[in-house]
Design a binder for this molecule. Structure first.
Ligand SMILES: Cc1cc2nc3c(=O)[nH]c(=O)nc-3n(C[C@H](O)[C@H](O)[C@H](O)COP(=O)(O)OP(=O)(O)OC[C@H]3O[C@@H](n4cnc5c(N)ncnc54)[C@H](O)[C@@H]3O)c2cc1C
Length: 411
C-alpha cells in the first residue's frame, strides 16, 4: 500500500454537497491570513451574541477590512448587512454557515442524536470512539455534570451496541478529557488534581467495564499531561489492573515524548498486560509555544514540522517494536505519516489500528478501510457552545499552511 496510490484515490473521489461547501469556504478564507483568523474568532464568539444587530456589528468589526481587501464585493454586502432588517438575514446566514461547519465535525447534541451516524460508521466496517465536548470546567457542579454525561452516554449507547469480542473498543469506546473532571485542575495543585480526577474517572471506567466499553484518555497541554499520566497510572495499575487495553495518547511534537513512551512502557510492564496508545502529533502546538515564551520557559515542542513528522516515525518504530506492551493506534490525517506506521505494523504482523477525526477525512478513512486497515473515528458529541473550542481547533488545523489536509485542496 503506497501513500501515492491512496492520495490519487482521495483526489479523484467525488465530494458530497456539504463537503464541497465546507472545503470551498475554508479554501476561500485561507486566501487571506487575517480573514481566516478573524473568521475563526467570529465562530468562537458567535454563540454568545444575542441580537442580529450584535452579529452584524461583530462581523463588520472582524471582517470588513480583510474582506474589502480580498473579496470587495463581499465587503460591500457585509456593509449592507448592518441595515436593520437585512441584519436579520446576516444573522441567519452566519448561524446557518456555522451550524453546517459544526455538523460536519460534531455528530450530534446527545448520544441518542448521534446513534444513526455511529451505526453507519460500524456498518462501514470502521469503529468509533465517542468524545463529549467540553474542555476546562469552571465549577465542581460542571465537573460532576460532565462525569454524569459520560455515564449517560455509556448507558444509552450500550443499549444500542452490544459488546463484541472481535477487537478492543468495538463496538463501544469512549475518549475522555480528564481536565474537565475537576474545576481546579492545575499543575500547581497536582496531588489534589490527581486525587479528584481519579475518583471521578473511576466511576466512568467502572461503568465502561460493566458495559464492555474501551476507554481512551486524551492528551492535553504539557502541564496537564503530567496530571493525566499520573491518573492513568493510578487507574489502570491500582484500580483496574485487569481491564483490557486501556487507551492513552502520546504526542510526538513534544521534545520529551521518548521519556513519556518509556513511562508508558513501565505502566504496561507493571500491569502485566498491554495498553492501547494513540500516537498523535499534538493539537496544542501554538499554545505550548506561546505560553513557554510568555513565561520564559524552555519551549517543550519541536519548532519545525519536519522534526515532529520525523518523531512520529521514530515513535511508530518504538510502538511496533514493543508490540508486547502496546496496541498502536496511528492517528491523524497525514497519509505519509500514517502509511509509515501501517506498513511497519503490517511487516511485523502485529495488531494495530488507524484513528481519524469524524468528518475531517472521510475519503482517507474509507480508502484505508477498503484496504483492510481497521479505522476508528473519533466522534465528538455535544452542544455547539462547549464545542466551539473543538470546532475552532479543527478549522485552524484544516487551514494551517503547514498542515497536510490543506495540501489536499485546491487552494
Ligand atoms: C483520532 C484523533 C485523536 C486525537 N487526539 C488528540 C489528543 O488526545 N491530544 C492531542 O493533542 N491531539 C489529538 N489529536 C490531534 C493531533 O494531535 C493532530 O493535531 C492532528 O491529527 C494533525 O496532525 P496530522 O498528522 O493529521 O497532520 P499534519 O498536517 O501532518 O501535522 C500537523 C501537526 O504538526 C505539528 N506541527 C505543526 N507545525 C509545526 C511546527 N512548526 N513545528 C513542529 N510541529 C508542528 C502539530 O502537532 C500539528 O498538529 C487527535 C487526532 C486524531 C486524528
Amino acid at each position: 500500500m503506497t501513500p501515492e496510490e491512496i492520495l490519487k484515490e482521495i483526489k479523484e473521489s467525488k465530494l458530497g454537497l456539504i463537503d464541497f461547501i465546507h472545503q470551498k469556504s475554508l479554501a476561500l478564507l485561507s486566501k487571506d491570513e487575517e480573514l481566516k483568523l478573524n473568521a475563526f474568532r467570529f465562530v468562537d464568539v458567535f454563540p454568545s451574541l444575542r441580537s442580529s444587530s450584535e452579529v452584524s456589528k461583530i462581523l463588520r468589526a472582524y471582517l470588513s477590512a480583510p474582506l474589502n481587501r480580498t473579496y470587495p464585493i463581499l465587503g460591500k454586502l457585509l456593509k449592507l448587512g448592518t441595515i436593520t432588517g437585512i441584519s436579520l438575514v446576516t444573522k441567519f446566514f452566519a448561524s446557518w454557515g456555522i451550524t453546517i461547519l459544526a455538523s460536519k465535525v460534531i455528530a450530534g447534541r446527545t448520544a441518542k442524536d448521534a446513534i444513526p451516524k455511529l451505526k453507519s460508521i460500524l456498518d462501514s466496517g470502521q469503529g468509533f470512539t465517542v468524545d463529549l465536548l467540553g474542555e476546562y470546567c469552571v465549577s465542581e457542579k460542571e465537573a460532576e455534570v460532565y462525569k454524569d454525561r459520560y455515564l449517560e452516554v455509556l448507558n444509552s449507547l450500550s443499549k444500542k451496541f452490544t459488546p463484541g469480542k472481535d477487537r478492543p473498543g468495538v463496538p463501544l469506546c469512549i475518549s475522555v478529557k480528564l481536565s474537565a473532571l475537576y474545576s481546579q485542575t492545575d499543575y500547581l495543585n497536582f496531588d489534589k488534581s490527581v486525587e479528584v480526577i481519579s475518583l471521578r474517572a473511576k466511576e466512568i471506567v467502572a461503568r465502561a467495564e460493566e458495559v464492555g466499553a474501551q476507554v481512551y484518555i486524551d492528551a492535553e497541554d504539557t502541564a496537564t499531561n503530567q496530571i493525566i499520566y499520573a491518573v492513568f497510572e493510578k487507574l489502570f495499575c491500582q484500580d483496574f489492573p485487569k481491564i483490557k487495553y486501556p487507551g492513552i495518547v502520546l504526542q510526538c511534537y513534544l521534545k520529551d515524548s521518548l521519556n513519556t513512551f518509556n513511562r508508558l512502557k513501565d505502566i504496561a510492564v507493571k500491569r502485566g498486560s498491554p495498553i492501547a496508545v494513540r500516537l498523535v502529533k499534538g493539537a496544542y502546538w501554538d499554545v505550548e509555544r506561546a505560553l513557554a515564551i510568555q513565561n520564559g520557559f524552555d519551549i517543550p515542542v519541536f519548532e519545525s514540522k519536519k522534526e515532529t513528522d520525523r518523531n512520529f516515525e521514530v515513535l511508530s518504530d518504538k510502538l511496533v517494536e514493543n508490540s508486547d506492551y502496546f496496541l498502536p493506534g496511528f492517528a491523524g490525517h497525514n497519509l505519509f505519516s500514517l502509511s509509515y506506521g501501517i506498513n511497519l505494523a503490517k511487516q511485523k504482523g502485529i495488531n494495530f489500528e488507524v484513528q481519524t477525526l469524524y468528518g475531517m477525512a472521510d475519503t482517507l478513512s474509507n480508502a484505508l478501510s477498503k484496504r483492510g486497515v481497521f479505522v476508528r473515528q473519533y466522534v465528538p458529541i455535544g452542544e455547539l457552545i462547549p464545542g466551539m473550542g473543538y470546532l475552532v481547533r479543527r478549522l485552524v488545523e484544516n487551514t494551517s499552511n503547514e498542515g497536510f489536509l490543506r495540501s489536499l485542496w485546491d487552494v
